[in-house]
Write a protein that binds this ligand. Structure first.
Ligand SMILES: [Zn+2]
Length: 489
């Protein structure tokens, strides 16, 4: 099976989160429109005599992406017409970029491997065709026509499905850090195409026949589609058959790729410079200014979080996966530091920090997923969360009470101390109260007491459970065991 090596390049389209469309002032609602054809105008529906005006924000977004992917920004760039006919494209051509894209060569590191970036350019999205079930006609919605679309092309440096998945995930993370796109595959504002070919060890890595896979709507499917293609093409080559140059689509139900279009020759799009938009020129000074505007990027944030907060690799990756979660975490740590300085929290900082991470990863994220919420929907303020973590760290409530408190905080945004008081969840310090509960349990469970006396260890666990129930989980478990043993004797 390992006679063949694989070479993969990717083309990723990302819809940009600009205020308005690419060449007109229509609102860019990114699919959140309530009705079809409400954000359209003579420009994006291509009425005669209209002129496109490039969106400065979209240009800046692409250049920021370029800087984040270590690309060279071209100081001279222009738009071109890509001619083809399709009913979702009102002009009969797409304004795109041909030989002078906004961004030239760059690279992105994924786990120690460098993936070359060929270019990033800017173009406009098309409208959408709707085929009503059973109808003998097709509808067209131009809300999406003219939405700014960024296209990033990689060098054929990717070697397998896993690398492709990691690459796409990282690119998505960067787009989100830059706040230039939601880059959501399922919603179609990020679309990945895979170019894949197999070659024999020792041969030129581009000697194989290129197969394109499109219509993949999740990173998991990117990986699966690649693995499937590698297997399919290896089998063909093993049998001495030829791989056909074609475009295939991913069928996520059958878990296979299916042939969509045979490619006899490359498309002739008859590119030529867009005559209605003058070429663009940028100064080095402008580029330097853009660099200053770049936020801290995922790799740098990961490194800093590991050294500054002593987090392990896995925790760092989860906390920095989204920039708003990372920001939330840093605000929490800031609050915790204050509480330690003012002696409101007695536990050492590293212990509290670790606990803050653990509760974010296990509890807070669970609530977010269950309620389909984002970090921005979070009602628990960093201050309240820090207070909560301090209370847990100092042992003022046990872990089951902690879960109850956090859940309540999650839904109401309430203050932890108040919730603990209202729900009477504080840890039972008074052994007198625990003793009373133990006595009651012993009186009510004679059989279990006898069982324990005759050597059945399980019986003690049962009795302990009863005491915890009696004290609503507030008694310290070690203390309960101690008193139980003493009383049963
Ligand atoms: Zn418009």
């Amino acid at each position: 099976m390992n006679k063949y090596k694989v070479t993969i390049g990717m083309e990723v389209h990302v819809e940009l989160k600009t205020d308005s469309k690419m060449f007109c002032s229509c609102k860019n609602a990114l699919g959140h429109e309530k009705e079809p054809n409400i954000h359209i105008c003579p420009v994006c529906t291509s009425q005669p005599g209209t002129l496109p005006v490039p969106n400065e924000q979209a240009i800046r977004f692409v250049q920021l992406a370029g800087l984040a992917l270590n690309c060279e920004l071209n100081l001279k760039s222009k738009f071109d017409r890509k001619n083809y006919f399709y009913p979702d494209l009102p002009k009969g051509y797409q304004i795109s970029q041909y030989d002078q894209p906004l961004c030239g060569k760059g690279h992105l590191n994924i786990g120690g491997k460098e993936i070359g970036i060929t270019r990033i350019h800017l173009e406009e999205d098309t409208g959408k065709l709707i085929h009503p079930k059973g109808a003998d006609h097709t509808l067209v919605d131009y809300n999406r026509a003219g939405v700014p679309l960024m296209e990033m092309v990689t060098e054929p440096d990717i070697e397998n499905g896993e690398q492709a998945r990691i690459f796409c995930t990282k690119f998505q993370q960067i787009c989100r850090y830059l706040n230039i796109s939601d880059a959501d595959m399922e919603k179609g504002n990020m679309r990945c195409e895979v170019n894949l070919s197999l070659y024999k060890e020792g041969e030129d890595k581009l000697s194989g026949t290129k197969v394109e896979v499109k219509n993949i709507n999740s990173f998991k499917f990117v990986e699966k589609a690649i693995n499937y293609e590698i297997e399919r093409q290896t089998e063909l080559l093993e049998k001495g058959e030829k791989v056909v140059q074609e475009t295939r689509g991913w069928d996520s139900v059958k878990n296979v790729t299916v042939s969509q279009r045979k490619k006899e020759s490359a498309h002739d799009y008859r590119y030529f410079p867009e005559p209605d938009i003058p070429p663009m020129e940028f100064t080095q000074q402008y580029v330097e200014k853009l660099k200053m505007a770049l936020p801290e990027l995922p790799d740098d944030k990961e490194k800093r979080f590991a050294s500054e907060y002593g987090l392990n690799e896995k925790d760092v990756q989860i906390i920095t996966a989204q920039s708003d979660l990372a920001e939330y975490f840093e605000q929490v740590i800031c609050e915790i530091k204050e509480k330690i300085t003012s002696h409101e929290v007695e536990s050492p900082e590293d212990k509290v920090t670790k606990l803050a991470v653990n509760y974010i990863i296990s509890e807070l994220r669970k609530h977010l997923v269950e309620n389909k919420h984002e970090i921005k929907d979070l009602k628990v303020t960093p201050e309240n969360y820090a207070e909560f973590i301090g209370i847990v760290a100092d042992g003022k409530i046990n872990s089951s009470a902690a879960q109850t408190v956090l859940k309540e905080m999650y839904h109401t945004g309430g203050d932890p101390s108040q919730i603990i008081e209202e729900k009477n969840l504080g840890q039972m310090e008074d052994s007198f109260e625990i003793e009373a509960a133990v006595e009651k349990v012993i009186d009510n469970n004679e059989k279990s007491v006898q069982d324990y006396k005759s050597g059945k260890q399980n019986a003690l666990q049962f009795l302990m459970g009863q005491v915890m129930k009696e004290t609503e989980g507030k008694a310290h478990p070690m203390k309960v065991i101690e008193i139980l043993k003493k009383k049963i004797g």
